[in-house]
Design a protein around this ligand. Sequence first.
Ligand code: NAP
Length: 289
Amino acid sequence: MITGETLLYGLVAHPAHHSLSPLIHNMGFDQQAINARYVVFDSQSQPAAVSQAINTLGIAGINLSMPYKQTMRPFVDMLSPSAQLSGAINTIKNDNGRLIGINTDGDGFWRALQQASPMQNRAQTVILGAGGAALAVIEAAASYGVQTLTVFKRANQTYPQVAKRLAKIATTRHITINLYPFDDEVALQQTLATTDCLINATNLGMQATPGFPIAPRLIAQIPSACLCADLIYAPRETAFLKTARLTNHPTLNGLGMLVEQAALSFEFWTGKTLVTAPIYAALTEENKQ
Ligand code: NAP
């Protein structure tokens, strides 16, 4: 029941109405009998206005997605070291008017992978794309057994600044990171020949942007023990994951990342654990409708 004491949490993003986060967090509040609700704010306001709204309305916590993960950084009072290093935040806690920003995407992805395939070798990992989500996954990788990360990114205007950020992550996290232009097919083929884990962190394969991040013939050539993972969860099986499955590779979609990053945000806000089994069941059910 909503009362005068009910705390308000939410997602600020655009587009946002498709989000599964309200289902996840409201189940969590019910599980833990926390007097709080989570709603979606589909917003295109300036980041400064969002920050002001959080404080003015006393919103207890916010998740951020496109286009706010990077732009909200200057408008919080404190950043966790991993948010600072990855350059993006996906979670804000309002601590009595002090906004604290963290990023749970990276740990969320690796926790999901660890749970789904605990024995999976990931020493040599390849990441396609270097946007906000990819940088969070890259920043957290060293804590989950990755030794060498090879990143492929389009050689556009953001390439030099991404190269700089990757160099900083490599030094700070004591990990080897190589960066190549997306269209360097020789480097791609050579790297894929020895990869343990191949992650699609581009938008390619989403409902709005269908297609493959790399040519299907390359997927067939990678080692059969290589895990093919996609950060995308809508659709649950992208063209990339379907081809990987049909060529007998283990696969992982982005649903686990979605749930695990939410669980970490929930814990940060409330100090309580999100019990994820019923949430996975509800999301599977939701997918059938
Ligand atoms: P983003 O910051 O916009 O980054 C998108 C990346 O995709 C960029 O590196 C971009 O390349 C690359 N890209 C786009 N079109 C491309 C193309 N035609 N060829 C090669 N590269 C292309 O987005 P994001 O927030 O990182 O999200 C990336 C994906 O992760 C999305 O599909 C999103 O749904 C998913 N995601 C999932 C979760 C989850 O919980 N499962 C959480 C966050 C994000 P440039 O850098 O060259 O522009």
